[in-house]
Design a protein. Structure first.
Length: 403
């Protein structure tokens, strides 16, 4: 009997793998961590069009913690629970999604009448006289889920999963002892694994030909022009300068006499440069900027907004090779020289058309490959191979949720 239960469990596993293989669960991470990076807002778990967010994870975690507190009372260990609540809540969310997807794939449905009966009989929404209180339900849905629609979607998924479990449980009559043993067997040995496909980039070794990029550009001209207009500022090059400086620092509470002396030292350094001395050598000797003095005062290439506004104004007013007057900033007195000045370069659609087309063609091709490879993987599993063997033969890596 137990072996027949395990065979039933393998059938359930096959359903899960089939569903995951076709549409796949994408783990987007709870803190920088799990798997493929398909842009999907702030989703942390996604299956097909269903996306769950950090708020869903937080709500599930809070519910689990509340149940533990109620069950354990004073024996509840906050530190101990914190070590596994996040992973347990994430696993529960994933299980709910996969169960609901499998239930829908098998043709199971949840009607509005079913949802209404369950909601209207829930103790939290009933007053002392046993009547349903719509306002209590509305408050709960808004507070916990953000909207009634979000609550109904989540509740529908939960009921679908329950229906599937009830259906599978009815396939075989099992003695309590055998069921207990089977549950222990599953809890001790089953581990969740998955294969992640990245729809944002091509697999290693896959390259797009220039002809493919040009064909994509020709077929998506209007979309590319719109994308360019949205990213024009990002693609344009602002005015830049490569500059050096000599700094004579002053304290924030410096006296007038100290300020005058510092300005005089800066002016003396400028005079030496104008008289023909090498700017870098004077900076190495005089500058109080310990980060750049040994580099001859080199500030590198920068755009406006990186440095003190006084330095920006002076540097961008100079031409290549120009030396500024003594400039006052919050740090002290500066003498600036511009080694090179690069004018702003507004982006043009013609210059970026193929680069944008390559991005789009890459996404399109990567998505197609992900669909093909996931379908092939699911087919191999349905034909009797284990997920591990099928993934290995396809050159794919199995991943596991982080504990």
């Amino acid at each position: 009997m137990l072996e027949s239960m395990r065979r039933g469990q393998r059938w359930l596993t096959l359903i899960f793998v089939s569903v995951i293989g076709v549409v796949f669960v994408f783990f987007l991470g709870t803190g920088g961590g799990l798997g493929p990076a398909t842009p999907s807002g702030n989703a942390i778990v996604q299956l097909d069009e269903v996306r769950l967010t950090q708020n869903d994870l937080g709500r599930e975690r809070a519910a689990m913690e509340e149940r533990l507190r109620a069950e354990l009372g004073d024996a509840y260990d906050q530190l101990g629970a914190d070590k596994y609540l996040d992973s347990q809540a994430l696993s529960r969310l994933i299980n709910q999604l996969v169960l609901a997807a499998a239930a829908q794939d098998m043709g199971l449905q949840v009607t509005k009448d079913e949802i209404r009966r369950v909601v209207q009989s829930s103790p939290g929404f009933i007053d002392e006289e046993g009547r349903f209180v719509p306002e209590a339900f509305d408050r709960f849905a808004e507070d916990q889920y953000g909207s009634q629609r979000a609550f109904m979607e989540a509740f529908t998924r939960d009921l679908l999963g329950q229906k599937l479990i009830q259906l599978l449980a009815g396939q075989t009559a099992i003695a309590d002892a055998e069921l207990d043993l089977a549950i222990r067997y599953e809890l001790e040995d089953v581990q969740l694994v998955y294969v992640a496909f990245d729809e944002s980039q091509l697999p290693p070794g896959e390259l797009l030909a220039d002809a493919d990029v040009e064909a994509y550009a020709a077929a998506h001209e209007t979309e590319l022009e719109k994308l360019f207009s949205e990213r024009e500022a990002e693609l344009s090059q602002p005015e830049r300068v490569h500059a050096r400086h000599i700094l004579v620092p002053v304290a924030s509470d410096a006296s007038e006499a100290d300020l005058a002396a510092a300005r005089e030292r800066a002016q003396a350094a400028r005079d030496r440069v104008l008289a023909g001395e090498d700017f870098a050598a004077v900076a190495a000797e005089v500058s109080g900027d310990t980060a750049t003095a040994s580099l001859g005062g080199d500030l590198g290439t920068f755009v406006r907004g990186v440095n003190d506004p006084a330095l920006d104004d002076a540097a961008f007013a100079l031409e290549s090779g120009g030396v500024s007057e003594v400039v006052r900033s919050v740090h002290g007195f500066h003498v600036i020289r511009v080694d090179e000045k690069q004018p702003a370069e507004p982006a043009t659609f013609a210059a970026h058309r193929l680069a944008l087309a390559r991005e789009g063609a890459t996404r399109e091709r990567a998505t197609k490959l992900a669909d093909e490879r996931s379908l092939a993987l699911a087919t191999a599993v349905r034909d009797g191979k284990s997920l591990e063997d099928a993934a290995r033969e396809a050159g794919l890596n199995l991943e596991r949720p982080r504990a």
